[in-house]
Ligand binder design. Structure first.
Ligand code: GAL
Length: 359
């Protein structure tokens, strides 16, 4: 089962990160003067509370508001369903709202939750640039808040000590995509002209995941001494139809020159695959295709040989960690500057391990 495996993996790996990269935090952070508890600082990339020792939820649960940037997003649908299931399973009363990718609307939703007196908020911001405003609002209302999926800067988060970010190290997913290409028989250079010619189908470029996946996928190739040629870079806003349109246009324009199609996520890769097949091309023979997320549809295509690979973006692991962090905040834990990002590891997915992640 994907869920069980991903969860176990996330817990094991995040514990591994914490144990390996810095001082282990106490099972229950000691109370500090003033009634708050502060985990010790750590130089690791995974910071914050210890996922192995979650305090009890407030008796009888509590009321939690969850803001999702938009429901019409394949990966965030899996993520929000996992969040809801975990929270309800723990006895919390949960309301999940759709921001429709409209920051003004989401700001109103946050204000409404605050007026209703929620005990905690879990927020997937519509726009990274709205982080300051969101943090100011939840701080003034004194509501413990977990931000997910769009990482603000450490500096922005340091404005509020009852705030933590749970997500992944976006650069790692890009590196894994590049490695998937390096692991092919010809390292991506299908036509043997000494360079890898690619198109990049990007998510929403305002999003750090899109920026870093774009950068680090290519960097993995250049770091390995491979010459690259970018034929096109277009924003596909994480959307399957956009992925299909962009790939279709590029295939018509550049034809056999395209050796690699990098997609910042799987939904766009599934769209690109439709265009690749319509153009009579064959993945892993005359073109390579990689995505990120490990959606079930993409895992099937990896197993069928229609995608070169993908990267597990662990929705269940992140949802679990978001709830863990929310409970730490509810039990009085506070966070110092530089300790407010908790990362769940990505996992590289190839035909060899893809079946392990199917839900
Ligand atoms: C990314 C994910 C994308 C999309 C995006 C939304 O982490 O890979 O598929 O869901 O988040 O911000």
């Amino acid at each position: 089962m994907k869920k069980t495996l991903a969860l176990a993996l996330a817990v094991v790996m995040s514990l591994g990160l914490m144990a390996g990269c810095g001082p282990k935090e106490p099972a229950n952070p000691s109370p500090q003067p003033g009634g708050s508890t502060t985990p010790p600082s750590s130089a690791s990339q995974s910071k914050g509370g210890d996922a192995s020792s979650i305090p009890e939820a407030p008796a009888g649960g509590g009321t939690i508001g969850v803001c999702i940037y938009k429901f019409d997003d394949a990966f965030m649908t899996t993520y929000r369903n996992a969040l809801q299931e975990i929270l309800e399973g723990k006895g919390y009363k949960v309301t999940v709202v759709d921001g429709n990718n409209d920051q003004a609307k989401q700001n109103e939703q946050i204000n409404t939750f605050i007026t209703q007196g929620v005990d905690a908020l879990i927020i997937n911001p519509c726009m990274t640039s709205a982080a300051d405003q969101i943090i100011k609002t939840v701080k003034e209302a004194n509501v413990p808040t977990v931000l997910i999926n769009r990482e603000p800067t450490a500096d922005q988060m340091s404005a509020y000590d009852k705030l933590v970010y749970v997500g992944c190290d976006a650069a790692q997913s890009g590196t894994f995509q590049g490695e998937l290409i390096l692991e092919t028989a010809n390292k991506g250079d299908i036509n043997g002209d000494g360079k890898v010619s690619y198109i990049m189908i990007q998510g929403d470029p305002e999003n750090i995941d899109a920026k870093l996946r774009t950068e680090y996928s290519v960097k993995a190739l250049t770091d390995a001494g491979i010459q690259v040629e970018e034929l096109d870079l277009q924003r596909g806003d994480w959307d399957r139809n956009r992925g299909q349109e962009i790939a279709q246009n590029d295939l018509a324009k550049f034809g056999d020159q395209i050796e690699v199609v990098f997609c910042n996520n799987d939904d766009m890769a599934i769209g690109a695959l439709q265009a690749i097949q319509a153009a009579g091309r064959k993945v892993n023979e005359d073109i390579y295709l990689v995505g990120v997320d490990a959606l079930d549809a993409a895992l099937n295509e990896v197993m069928n040989g229609n995608m070169t690979g993908t990267v597990l973006n662990d929705a269940v692991g992140q949802a679990t960690e978001a709830v863990n962090q929310m409970e730490l905040l509810l039990s009085g834990t506070t966070y110092g500057a530089g300790e407010q990002s908790v990362y769940v590891p990505y996992v590289k997915v190839t035909p060899d391990n893809a079946k392990d992640f199917v839900g």
